[in-house]
Design a protein around this ligand. Sequence first.
Ligand code: ADP
Length: 642
Amino acid sequence: MASDHILILTTDFDLGRTVASLLPSGYTVEILATLERLTADQGEAAPPALVILDLALLAETAVPAGLSRPLTQFPILLLHHPPAELAFLNAWLPYLKVLGIATPPFAREVNRALIATALEHTPRYIQQRQLEENLASANQQLNQRLQEINIIYTVGKSVASSLQVNEVLERVLNAALNFTQAEEGFILLREGDQLFLRAAKNVQESLIQRFNDEVSDSIAWRVIHSGRPVMLKRETKIVTGYLAQALLYVPLRTPERGNTGVLGVVNRLQEDGFTEAQLFTLSAIADFVAIALDNARLFSAVEAERSRIRTILRHAAEAILVVDSQSRLLLWSQTAGEIFQLPDDAEGQPVEQAITHPQLLELIGAAGGPDGIAHAEIELDDARTFNCQLTIIEPLGRVVVMQDITHLKELDRLKSEFVSTVSHDLRTPLTTIQGYIALLTRVGPLTPQQQSFIHKALNSLDQITNLISDLLDIGRIEAGYDLEMHPLRLDRLLVEATQSMTGQVEQAGLALHWTPSSEPLWVMGNPRRLRQVLENLISNAIKYNRRGGWIKVEGRRDGSHIIVRVRDNGIGIPLEEQLHLFERFYRIQTPETEDIRGTGLGLAIVKSVIEKHKGRAWVESSPGEGSTFSFILPVLPEVPQK
Ligand code: ADP
């Protein structure tokens, strides 16, 4: 809306009145003898429809020193009359929007027309001015927004790139102060119902000393509880204990933990308050900060956990190695580091590069059982033996725990040596006792009771002799004595073994079926021990059977292995017992097995012998239905020409 006010600026009041008489009706007129109205700040007031300006007044007045903006909001008509010269206009011209110049005599019709035309242009001019102003202010706003977004982006990027809490706080404070031009800034973080000063910039020395002490700041609590920023422009007592002229507090909030603190900027001396735009930007920065702080906190929690695990691992007595899913070394205990001479910077190295022990590498690369576990016994160059367990933790990696069992091995060896020596020394007197008891029947007639006692004594002696001979055997097998190996035909050994057992089979009322192999079964082995294995298995199939039952023996080639099976339809073995059968002295105690004689060493001998032949033995069985004992041996790759 155009104004209906016209300003005539001249020191010549008569001239002013003359010009006023030329104005069309409907306008209010004001005649002033100074330029002040033009140069003073108009505030929100609408500019006059027209300013009629006496050049003589301009000529008397210098352009004010502080005038920085053009006075173009005023449409101006100049009155030019001698002796004022047009040249006076030059200094003012950049600041004025001159629509025309009226010359004397002023009461002329031509000047009236000039004023009318100027007034006609005025609304359009004012409209254009307003548009320009709007555009300029929109531009300014846009620029400001861009600047704010830029600040938010820069701060966001900068804080997100750091995982150190203190660094994040420092960066944020710097950005907040730079952007708001505030005198001071600080960050308060909440822990439970306490508030702590965690970062500060430009604050007094006394405040810095309060770091890590609880602080009280009711405005900060208000921000935390309401989740809304607070902007004040008056003397306010704040955390710092002194008065602030203006402050802006914004909440630090995270999606997970809610409002966790306050980012505050303060002007202690200047009275300048903060703006809405600054509030908006600071809030956006605070949102970034809270998330970055959360990340940093999580990171340091993970780091602390990691270093705890590392410390525990480092001090574990066992040798422990952890590799990731790409087989790169992740962690290791000090013991493992010493054994494999791992340098401190071995972390992240491929395990084959850091460790050269072939057996250990084989274990680390092993497939693991259904439970993701594998075992191996590893001997080091310094003659120490380790029992190693590999645990596969999908998808993270693999852990190997190594236990030094050198002393256990030594104990085991000493024990076997002792048993073997004692057994050996027992055998001679036992044979003597056996001989003399057998002689008793020859030296004179015996009563039936004496005969029964002798029979029992001989039976017990038999049992002891068997036990001793089994003990001696297992000792010798484990120590590797009497184990010379040479190429032999297992199919022939099978025939011999089954034939030697036929007497016992018949006596037990059983049937023995032998399935011959279609091809010779060559293995590298010790015939005496392999025959002992076959006899032990067949003998068990006889002992743990029932009259009328059967035994089936077969041997055949299966790829690169020879597989031998001894099956029976005897009493069978419960699943939980099957695990222990191959242990020394393990016997199943049931009413069914009570009267069956044995030493509990037969299957231990089988396992030992087969393992010495690089094979494996196992059992499958169902109680009441029967059992199948099997073993495999590697096929001899090159068959001797015989
Ligand atoms: P033992 O001298 O007691 O026979 P072994 O080591 O040969 O010792 O066998 C251990 C235990 O395994 C036996 O006591 C028996 O309970 C069980 N066993 C072995 N073979 C069979 C089988 N064929 N059927 C059922 N149980 C068996």
